[in-house]
Design a protein around this ligand. Structure first.
Ligand code: AGP
Length: 612
């Protein structure tokens, strides 16, 4: 996710853009830049750092200008450096553009532009390809040049373009990444999110996928994918700025829960070959020999990332046949782990800055092992110190309680497990195809779970749960790491003392705490152990505990045995944890809401624990 602002009108464009970008820094903040039209040319300033850092270096040449575009970046391709910051410009400096999204075929386009057309590139980003394409196709009409360029492109974009030849005109295009046009009096704006517009107008047009727009101070023309001029409904925003930063949701946590279908889709983009259906992790350069000779994998992480690692163990062992050991990073670094050759360490960290995880990474490298990092932040310490990096493309996660980053960590681990299995020939092609098909179905299933009807069905249970000071989460097999994650979510934002146990462990002690009505959330999605899980639910029922089950559609035996049930869309059991964790996230959110907790910033916690 990145922040984009464009302005054309009568005000100081640079001030409007900088102020707008500051309101979008929650969408990305590792680098920033502006491009303005001044006296028939483009003046550009950009660099690594915050919008405030950019503002501090803008000289007088950025004043008395009324048209421009700006960007605050969340790096996906290319580290956060001055060269990789947006705007990107053409060889002749007559085109400048800013982009939010991923150009999937940028490598082949870049090669063609260099080899066949002689273009020179200055960055390692996918976006820069677009600037050279528009230059290649520009013949006096910027709209036509952008349209022809995008016809060559596969991927997602919120794109805003300027030409030095067309004063006062901004062209924009949208595919999968949001762009909203703000309609002013004698001025018009475009931005990747509403907060950047509200100081100037509340009248907006939300561009739809495939649409392009030509914007001047006096006019906004919108074109559909076929190039036909169309009329679009004007939407008047009633939110205040703070609500708008959360996309209209009350908290970043709920916004990020709702972003999970898109985050999962983005993290899989480019990594499943659309023709062969095979996993494509060509961004990793392990040799086939290295992967085939692997004898063990260590997964090391903290908190929610650790829970992802537990599921990573199960899927890698099942699909790739490699033994996996999972450690909490703060334990791993002090227990003298037996690290040998032919072993790989995978560290998982949303922030990429967690001190214990970083220390574990350094220990592994000191011992001569290769380290693969799964992280959400390009340019983070973990990403720079690991041998290989597999990024989750969840976009910035602001709420302390991790949700969308966790889900994309799971997806990354499924992809790694399939990749290892295919490379080592240890997975049946039919099973691989079934799981790939299941992965592709995840965004749709997640949208179903996140429907308004689904959310409202959970509210009564959460209002009830909010009255308790302790609760249990139980599950067997792949359901147990989900129980751990659900308990952590509830603990960290509602402050209810929630514990998770393997369901089979209840009779070895915890059953002593089951009293009448105590909330027990049972994750029951794994057919192979369903009878066993049911018998554990019986144990709780026999002591009048109140069981809320999260199970798959069709698992009627479960529904008959519990006080309340949440059905998931049916899916291959091995993928069920990606779905079953979502109701636990929502239960934590709505229970914390009912208890009047702060939610996005829970007491005593930080988003990134950069100390031991
Ligand atoms: C999860 O909701 C917590 N905020 C916490 O457990 C977090 O997952 C843990 O601190 C690890 O953070 P990282 O992924 O940034 O390394």
């Amino acid at each position: 996710m990145c922040g984009i602002v464009g302005y054309t009108g009568k005000k100081e464009a640079c001030a409007v853009i900088i102020d707008g970008l500051k309101k979008l820094e929650y969408r990305g903040y590792d680098s920033a830049g502006v491009a303005l039209q001044k006296n028939g040319r483009l003046v550009i300033a950009k660099g690594a750092g915050s919008v405030a850092d950019l503002e501090a270096k803008l000289g007088d040449q950025f004043k008395a200008v009324t048209v421009g575009i700006g960007h605050t970046r969340w790096a996906t391709h290319g580290r956060p450096t001055d060269e990789n910051a947006h705007p990107h410009s053409s060889c002749n400096d007559e085109i400048a553009l800013v982009h939010n999204g991923i150009i999937e075929n940028y490598r082949s386009l870049r090669q063609w532009l260099i080899d066949e057309k002689g273009h020179k590139f200055h960055s390692e980003t996918d976006t820069e390809v677009l600037a050279h394409l528009v230059e290649e196709y520009y013949a006096g009409d910027l709209l036509a040049a952008v349209r022809m360029s995008l016809a060559m492109v596969e991927g997602s974009y919120g794109l805003v373009v300027l030409s030095s030849h067309e004063p006062g005109r901004i062209i924009c295009a949208r595919q999968d990444s949001p762009l909203i046009i703000g309609l002013g009096e004698g001025e018009n704006l475009v931005a990747s999110d509403i907060p950047a517009l509200l100081a100037h107008t509340r009248r907006t047009i939300i561009l739809e996928d495939g649409e392009l727009a030509s914007i001047t101070a006096q006019k906004v023309d919108i074109y559909n994918a076929d190039g036909c001029l169309i009329e679009r409904e004007v939407f008047t925003v009633t939110w205040d700025i703070e609500a708008a930063e959360k996309g209209g949701y009350d908290h970043f946590m709920l916004k990020e829960i709702m972003e999970q279908p898109a985050a999962v889709k983005e993290t899989m983009r480019q990594r499943i070959d659309t023709t062969t259906g095979k996993v494509n992790l060509s961004e990793l350069d392990f040799t086939a020999k290295e992967l085939s000779s692997l004898e063990k994998i260590h997964i090391v992480a903290c908190g929610t990332a650790y829970h992802a690692g537990l599921l990573g163990k199960a899927v890698i062992e099942k699909l790739a046949g490699i033994p996996v050991e999972v450690d909490v990073a703060s334990e791993f670094r002090y227990r003298q782990p037996l690290l040998k050759e032919k072993q790989l360490v995978i560290v998982i960290s949303q922030s990429g800055e967690t001190a214990d995880t970083l220390a574990a990474l350094r220990l592994a490298r000191q011992k001569g092992l290769k380290v693969l990092a799964i992280t959400n932040v390009v340019g983070s310490s973990v990403s720079r110190e690991a041998d290989q990096v597999l990024y989750t493309w969840a976009g910035p996660e602001i709420a302390v309680a991790s949700t969308k980053a966790y889900l994309t960590q799971l997806v990354a681990l499924y992809l790694v497990a399939l990749y290892l299995g295919e490379t080592r020939g240890s997975i049946e092609p039919e099973l691989a195809a079934e799981i790939v098909s299941g992965l592709k179905s995840l965004p749709g299933h997640l949208k179903t779970i996140l429907s308004e009807e689904s959310l409202s069905s959970l509210r009564p249970y959460c209002d009830h749960l909010a009255k308790w000071e302790s609760a249990f989460f139980v599950g067997r097999n792949l359901d147990y790491p989900v129980a751990l994650e659900g308990a952590l979510k509830l603990k960290e934002i509602s402050y209810i003392h929630a514990e998770a146990y393997p369901a089979g462990e209840l009779k070895h002690g915890p059953l002593a705490l089951i009293v009448r009505g105590i909330p027990v959330i049972a994750i029951a999605t794994q057919k192979a152990v369903l009878d066993k899980t049911l018998s554990n639910i019986h144990e709780v029922n026999a002591r009048d505990g109140a069981v809320f089950a999260i199970t798959q559609e069709g698992f009627e035996d479960v529904a008959r045995q519990v006080d309340s049930v949440f059905y998931l869309p049916s899916i291959n059991d091995i993928l069920a944890p990606v779905l079953s964790v979502v109701p636990t996230q929502l239960i934590a959110y709505y229970t914390a809401l009912a208890r009047g907790c702060s939610i996005d910033k829970p007491r005593n916690l930080a988003k990134s624990v950069t100390v031991e």
